[in-house]
Design a protein. Sequence first.
Length: 140
Amino acid sequence: MAATDGGPVVREGVSPVVDAVDGKAVDPPVVLGKVVSFALDVPWAAELIGERLVWPDGAGKDLEYEGPWVVVLSEHARNALAEIPDERLPSLAERWSHIEELSYYSDTQPEVMLSRLREFVELARRARTSGENIYCWICL
């Protein structure tokens, strides 16, 4: 976070400082959680992603804080994404593109969401292979 002065690690026209994908409009517990629930064939639950605040210190205690902040996703969520077979990606992206939380955005057609899902799955696979976690930078 010091390298970006607290800013996003993915910025248009700037090389990311870490292995990252642009997750605009994909909040971990709900939007990402829904595609993980589809992949695991389980009901969605806010706890499915298992996010935990890791930056900045104390932000979790300030109810008025609106970001930025960074959360780490659980190994369970990382592994669930990493283990999605490539042949399931199109059907999962189709289903994901129709969730209510994405209905407010214009760029959530199935083919767009397929591309985004592939990016998340590939990131999760790289993270798992290297024994790393997945982090999410968030700002309201």
